[in-house]
Design a protein around this ligand. Structure first.
Ligand code: SF4
Length: 98
């Protein structure tokens, strides 16, 4: 008898690799004193946990590990809360398929 094991999403994501473009983040958060509700939401919805609230109550991003899913772009780019662009060629997420 074989026991089926389900792969966890975290384990699958760990297979990906990310090449950091040092000093050239492809996403930036606009400077703010108090974050908008949409910015705060990014701390919960980003699947890579790139957004965090700092101890001053402001939202910060560390784009290392970004999967380029575009969720934050849809939520916050039009309002100007963030600037979003793709990483330069050769940088960013390197997906492992299979
Ligand atoms: S594009 Fe997706 S993975 Fe990257 S920072 Fe935005 S929400 Fe997170």
């Amino acid at each position: 008898m074989t026991v089926a094991t389900e792969a966890r999403v975290e384990d699958k994501l760990f297979q990906n690799r990310y090449l950091v473009d040092a000093g050239k983040p492809h996403i930036k958060v606009r400077a703010h004193e108090t974050p908008s509700a949409a910015l705060v939401a990014l701390t919960a919805v980003c699947p890579a946990k790139c957004y965090e609230m700092n101890d001053r109550g402001q939202v910060e991003i560390t784009p290392d590990g970004c999967m380029e899913c575009g969720t934050c772009r849809i939520l916050c780019e039009a309002s100007g809360d963030i600037e979003w662009d793709y990483p330069r060629g050769g940088y960013g997420v390197l997906y492992k398929f299979g």
